[in-house]
Design a protein around this ligand. Structure first.
Ligand SMILES: Nc1nc2c(ncn2[C@@H]2O[C@H](COP(=O)(O)OP(=O)(O)OP(=O)(O)O)[C@@H](O)[C@H]2O)c(=O)[nH]1
Length: 254
């Protein structure tokens, strides 16, 4: 496990300093959000002071996965259990997450980067720019080559779109170059990273993006951009009955 007791900001004056860069990671269930966070920790945990918040509806499963990955001091990984609607906690009422981020920044000061993982969902989740400074949206090739073209606020306007698990492309009949091309077109040229944990060059690209974003944040050049509200959608309860309806960022109980 990396030695995390020597943050890169060692030598800075004691007391409250500038807060950490806060990065959100959203995307459909199983596309590799936790794995991407583990990768960032593995790549940068030796040189930066990192912390992680996971969001799960009823469990702390993602936090437990990340702790067991052994890539970060387990104390630096905390879980927010969001209850019925995972989107609310990263978009509409961010208080639980904001408190968790601020606690980590205080407990391990100085922290360079806090990564916040959203609960897995469909294609609709976006973070509030009041919670994160920049956000990832993660797709994987196994979801099909067309999905990048279909759009949605995260795909179209997140700061970086990750097309993950490119190593699986030959097995699922997806042309990665075409999928990236479609994504770049849907995103008006915003960053797209084709990633696989088995492809060191792509991992280096991810690492480079985080470092460049931290540099922009520290120099005051990073202005959080809102990808836009999630599309109207419903959440079913355990018995299948509709429990929540999201429409234009509002939450109604039924
Ligand atoms: N082949 C391949 N599999 C990967 C890669 N990255 C992640 N996976 C696998 O994809 C599966 C899902 O990864 P997770 O990181 O748990 O995905 P997630 O988006 O966090 O999942 P939820 O939290 O359930 O939404 C796991 O079995 C990972 O091992 C990759 O680059 N290549």
């Amino acid at each position: 496990m990396p030695d995390l007791h020597l943050p890169s900001t060692a030598g800075s004056p004691p007391g409250p300093g500038p807060r950490a860069l806060r990065l959100g990671v959203a995307g459909p269930v199983g596309t590799g959000k936790s794995s991407l966070i583990a990768m960032v920790c593995r790549e940068l945990g030796h040189e930066l002071s990192l912390a992680v918040i996971t969001n799960d509806i009823y469990t702390d499963e993602d936090a437990r996965f990340l702790r067991s990955a052994g890539v970060l001091d387990p104390e630096r990984i905390r879980a927010v259990e969001t209850g019925a609607c995972p989107h609310t906690a990263i978009r509409d009422d961010i208080s639980q997450n904001l408190l968790a981020v601020e606690d980590l920044e205080r407990d391990f000061a100085p922290v360079d980067v806090v990564l916040v993982e959203s609960g897995g969902d469909n294609l609709t989740a976006t973070f509030s720019p009041a919670l994160v400074d920049a956000q990832f949206f993660v797709l994987d090739v196994a979801g099909g080559g067309d999905v990048a073209r279909k759009g949605g606020p995260g795909i179209a306007r997140a700061d970086v779109l990750v097309v993950n698990k490119t190593d699986l492309a030959p097995h699922v009949g997806v042309d990665v170059a075409q999928m990236v091309h479609d994504a770049e077109h849907a995103r008006d040229g915003r960053t797209v990273i084709a990633l696989s944990r088995t492809d060191p060059a792509s991992v280096a690209q991810l690492r480079g993006w985080v470092l460049a974003t931290l540099e922009r944040f520290r120099s005051g050049g990073l202005v959080p951009a809102d990808p836009g509200p999630m599309a109207p959608h419903v959440h079913a309860g355990a018995d299948g009955a509709v429990q929540h309806l999201h429409a234009g960022g509002l939450l109604h109980s039924h």
